[in-house]
Design a protein around this ligand. Structure first.
Ligand code: HEM
Length: 501
């Protein structure tokens, strides 16, 4: 080849020129160049950004905090494995994200790349997300009607997992919470007896971990190979088949009944399968599609809610000064309302305690979006198409300018605010605001938050009425575990429970 070039006197300079042109175009198109107007936390050279991406694994939140303090109200970038992430802060920039259309800043494209969602739940889950409307409307509307069953499952699940006896019983709390949340949520989603089926429960308890590991495996391969890797090197296809094995017969029976008695025939189960079948049209109405939507909703619901419950229980044991006031509230409300959804709405102290617990424990970044077009924020900062943007949530929640004494756990911070005139609604846990981003913002804000909060309140109220809870002797609240910007309650922590004295 070199000999060949030697035979043509102009070839060396031409080859060198082509190489320079190629490298220049590549550089101009690279995120390093395109995002050069946005300051970096850490370096932005090729080698330094590799080391920063490695540092991000261990010290992601410290890096976000550093950028938040230096560039509050504007944007900075951090390098993560595979891409830069542009991090924004301040109410105005969050409002810009809230108002952006899906064609400008896409929630679904961001998730699709981060967790390789197409290989986990099927491409239709992203391109045709009819299940979101189901969670937002019929699931939420039916909470009052189905509440007695949710309460029944809470009672049964706690009774089995943590029998209330006179002796202090040590319980590894995160795994216990996950099992209780899975069972209770599925009492609403698929009802009895499936919600108690050991294999179905295990499948849903483990699915989030399977997805995270699967995504890591897929992300290691180039785009071209990913369909093969997703299919043969992850556990996901087997999990999908296992879900269909459990839910398929129920769907088929409902479809057969519909054929027999007509579409107007009442589906008395009134569960997630009913609502999905009501919403689904044409090709969406298959056993596989409906089963995968149930799996996907479990994915969104189980880990988030069980982490929230675990954090609340660590806080309950660490700050026992709030117990008596919450018990009085629960007793008063239940004696006038009974165990109903309306009663949950009246438990302001319980709501505040859970909200405060989540305020402190929400992870480093949320509201992840991918820019599909160049996007200009109202402060003039532009991010080019293809950029990943996220909001500095943990830093906002821990900012003394936003919350006085922000690092301190103040269990009734929000219920006290609700006592002011006209303040009754906006400080409740389900309310979205620019200061409280646990459930995200805008049209993609968590549609399951009404169920999650009612379920968490019913669980905490049940615990307050049934148990005394304490930390192991002379030990502090188990510290949260950070990985990149994810903040998880300590999986190794235990609490002691005994029948309420
Ligand atoms: C404490 C528990 C929960 C937390 C902290 C939580 C948090 C979130 C967050 C932060 C988002 C993204 C919002 C955004 O980027 O703007 C989200 C989306 C979502 N959540 Fe939740 N969630 C919880 C429970 C649930 C439950 C119980 C369900 C289902 C019943 C659920 C279903 C969903 C769905 C389907 C989405 C996607 C929304 C969309 O695609 O537009 N979540 N959640």
């Amino acid at each position: 080849m070199f000999d060949m070039l030697d035979n043509y006197p102009l070839s060396w300079p031409v080859a060198a020129l082509l190489a320079v042109i190629f490298l220049s175009v590549k550089y101009i198109r690279s995120p390093t160049h395109q995002l050069r107007h946005i300051p970096s936390v850490g370096g932005s050279g090729l080698i330094s950004s590799y080391f920063d991406a490695r540092r991000f694994f261990r010290e992601g939140q410290q890096m976000i905090q550093e950028g938040y303090e230096k560039y509050y109200g504007t944007a900075f970038k951090v390098s993560t494995m595979g891409r830069y992430m542009v991090v924004v802060s301040g109410s105005d920039m969050l409002e810009d994200i809230r108002q952006a259309t899906d064609e400008q800043l896409s929630f679904r494209e961001a998730i699709a790349e981060t967790i390789q969602a197409d290989y986990m739940l099927g491409k239709q889950n992203r391109t045709d997300p009819f299940h979101i409307a189901v969670v937002r409307t019929p699931l939420t509307r039916n909470l009052g009607y189905r509440f007695p069953e949710i309460k029944d499952e809470i009672q049964e699940a706690f009774g089995e997992m943590i029998p209330p006896t006179g002796e202090w019983t040590k319980t590894r709390i995160l795994s216990t919470a996950r099992q209780i949340v899975c069972r209770t949520s599925n009492r609403l989603f698929v009802g009895l007896p499936l919600c108690r089926d050991p294999d179905y429960r295990k499948l849903n308890e483990q699915f989030t971990g399977d997805v995270m590991r699967g995504a890591q495996t897929i992300n290691r391969f180039p785009k071209l190979l990913r369909p093969i890797v997703g299919r043969y090197l992850t556990k996901i296809p087997a999990r999908a088949q296992r879900t269909i094995k459990h839910i398929g017969p129920i769907i088929e029976e409902r479809l057969a009944n519909e054929k027999l008695y007509g579409p107007e025939a009442e589906d008395t189960a009134n569960d997630l399968i009913t609502w999905l079948l009501e919403e689904a049209k044409g090709p969406q109405r298959t056993t596989e599609q409906i089963s995968l939507r149930v799996l996907g909703i479990n994915f969104a619901a189980i880990h988030t809610t069980s982490m929230a419950l675990t954090n609340a229980l660590y806080d309950l044991a660490a700050y026992p000064q709030y117990v008596e006031a919450m018990r009085e509230e629960v007793e008063a409300v239940i004696s006038s309302e009974g165990w109903t959804k309306a009663a949950m709405g009246k438990m302001r102290k319980v709501d505040s305690f859970l909200k405060e617990s989540q305020r402190l424990a929400t992870g480093g970044l949320s509201v992840s979006r991918k820019a599909l077009k160049d996007f200009t924020f109202s402060n003039g900062i532009t991010v080019p198409a293809g950029t990943f943007v996220a909001f500095a949530t943990h830093s906002t929640h821990h900012d003394d300018h936003v919350y006085p004494d922000a690092d301190t756990f103040d269990g009734f911070r929000f219920s006290e605010k609700r006592e002011g005139d006209g303040e009754g609604i906006k400080h409740q846990m389900v309310a979205l605001s620019h200061d409280y981003i646990t459930f995200g913002t805008g049209r993609h804000a968590c549609p399951g938050r009404f169920f999650a909060v009612n379920e968490l309140k019913a669980m905490l109220a049940h615990i307050l009425m049934t148990y005394d809870v304490k930390l192991p002797e002379n030990t502090p609240r188990p510290p949260n575990i950070w990985f990149q910007t994810t903040c998880s309650p300590n999986p190794y922590g235990s609490l002691f429970f005994r029948k309420r004295a």
